[in-house]
Design a protein around this ligand. Structure first.
Ligand SMILES: [Mg+2]
Length: 277
């Protein structure tokens, strides 16, 4: 297996730290666009071939393997098929940007309370979409957040632009935050993002190094949280896929791959590097 191209010194240091002391490392990865190819219908998302086995192999030597996603924890757990997968008995799935946590060891989800603004926004959304001229935009109800997808509309980019203003106003009224993604606008409780999720994961595990893989703007918060700790001495590897064409994320990454198959290659190379020590 060829070693991946690491384009930064910090990335090399992170890779070396994980390979030489895997028992104190955390491997955290987004689901959509990183383990699974992006698909039109989010309910049809499935991990690319080899993804779970690559995670399971790493799980044998590292401190913690985690999936960090905007999806509800149980949805990501079901779509990914991690439950009961050999070698993933200690995996955690941080869902809703960390609002929920599924533990493979118990099979249970724990979650934080949902703010009242989510129910108000849920009631108001159909009217808002009608008024904006895009009544067919797909609303993914994640219980504690609401994601409006424009991917399946005739003019996805145009609909995205049209909805941004009204959804920003609705977010303000309901004390939620509007988080833009790849042809998706999500109304989400404030103070919840993948950066906070990664911060708690690092604290709870006492990890001394981390690899994080993402593809979309929602992963930037995780990148920033890790970059801040890296400046403080935590070795880290930031991996990005081009799935969402999130330029800012790709520019900040230490390793860039085209798609989820590329992620499998990198994770496998990391396991090989660990095994070679
Ligand atoms: Mg993603």
């Amino acid at each position: 297996m060829n070693a991946p191209v690491i384009k930064t010194d910090a990335g090399h240091q992170g890779w070396e730290a994980i390979a030489s002391d895997p028992a104190s490392a955390v491997i955290a990865t987004d689901f959509d666009g990183v383990l699974s190819p992006l698909v039109e219908d989010p309910a049809r998302s499935r991990p690319v071939e080899g993804a779970l086995d690559a995670l399971a192999r790493l799980a044998r030597s590292v401190k913690q393997v985690a999936i960090v996603t905007g999806r509800p924890a149980l949805v990501a757990t079901e779509l990914s098929g991690v439950s009961g997968h050999p070698g993933l008995g200690h995996l955690v799935v941080l869902g809703h940007y960390g609002l929920e946590r599924w533990d493979a060891a118990t099979g249970k989800v724990t979650s934080a309370p949902v703010p009242a603004g989510v129910a108000t926004a849920r009631d108001r959304l159909p009217g808002l979409l009608r008024d904006a001229g895009v009544p067919d935009a797909f609303v993914e109800d994640k219980d504690s957040s609401l994601a409006v997808h424009t991917r399946r509309l005739e003019d996805p980019a145009g609909a995205f632009d049209v909805l941004r203003g009204p959804l920003t106003a609705l977010a303000e009224e309901t004390e939620l935050r509007l988080e833009p993604g790849n042809l998706v606008l999500e109304l989400r409780p404030p103070g919840i993002d993948k950066g906070v999720a990664i911060g708690s994961l690092l604290e709870s595990t006492g990890a001394r190094s981390i690899l994080y893989a993402g593809d979309d703007l929602g992963d930037l918060a995780a990148y920033r949280a890790i970059q801040a700790r890296r400046a403080g001495g935590l070795p880290a590897v930031l991996l990005a896929t081009r799935s969402s064409n999130a330029t800012e994320l790709i520019d900040a990454a230490d390793i860039v791959v085209d798609d989820p198959s590329g992620v499998v290659t990198v994770l496998t190379a990391l396991s090989d590097a660990i095994a070679a020590r």
